[in-house]
Design a protein. Structure first.
Length: 221
């Protein structure tokens, strides 16, 4: 009788163990989709009101899930660039806005870096570029945009005396012509990302960047 009880106990243990393993395997989460929509691009900084603008600027509605860049990496590089004491730093991508099916060399992206003082107020402008009243300076054409702003933050050493000079850049926007509304759309996307960076850094007064851009904003020149 003792041997039979041992066998029954062993069989019961095996049934429970196999069942538990099966249940665990069955509950594994589904792998994330390789694609996202405009609200999910760039860690969701455009969610809520700018999805259509992102679609306009990039020319797509479905995007590859990007592993390149992140807000954390941008903040880290800005801190390092400011602390280095150098006049400028190389760019760090916030994200790619990779439209499904678009070749890699034509994918729109957002990046940030420390800029040199001479970069602001340069009278030379690439073809089709217009200046706008935003931050220290804002320039845009049909394929790109740059936004320069200064940040005083407890996260940035000595920035109360020497504000961090931060440039946000949008590159490789879809070519849509040089109408002012296309340029302001590019700048609107860049502004949203720049505002998110300013908030993450705890810049005083959001580095002078407004919460929203005036949709009727006109170029200075």
């Amino acid at each position: 009788m003792g041997e039979k009880r041992c066998r029954r106990a062993l069989m019961a243990f095996l049934v429970v163990t196999v069942g538990a393993v099966g249940t665990g395997c069955g509950s594994d989460p589904e792998p994330p989709s390789p694609y996202v929509n405009a609200a999910e691009v760039c860690e969701g900084v455009f969610a809520g009101r700018l999805e259509k603008t992102v679609q306009e600027v990039t020319g797509g509605t479905v995007f590859n899930r990007s592993e390149a860049g992140s807000m954390g990496k941008v903040i880290e590089e800005i801190k390092k660039g400011h602390a280095s004491g150098r006049s400028w730093s190389t760019g760090q991508k916030l994200c790619n806005m990779s439209v499904k099916g678009v070749p890699s060399d034509e994918r729109a992206f957002l990046s940030f870096n420390i800029y040199a003082l001479r970069d602001v107020g340069d009278p030379r402008k690439p073809e089709g570029a217009r200046r706008f009243l935003l931050g220290r300076e804002a320039v845009a054409n049909t394929r790109w945009a740059s936004l320069y702003f200064e940040c005083v933050s407890p996260q940035l050493e000595k920035s109360d005396r020497f504000p961090a000079r931060i440039r946000g850049g949008l590159g490789k926007a879809k070519i849509r012509g040089n109408a002012v509304e296309n340029l302001t759309a590019n700048l609107t996307v860049l502004h949203a990302a720049s505002l998110a960076v300013a908030k993450e850094l705890e810049c005083e007064g959001n580095a002078g960047l407004p919460e929203k851009l005036d949709p009727g904003m006109k170029p200075l020149s």
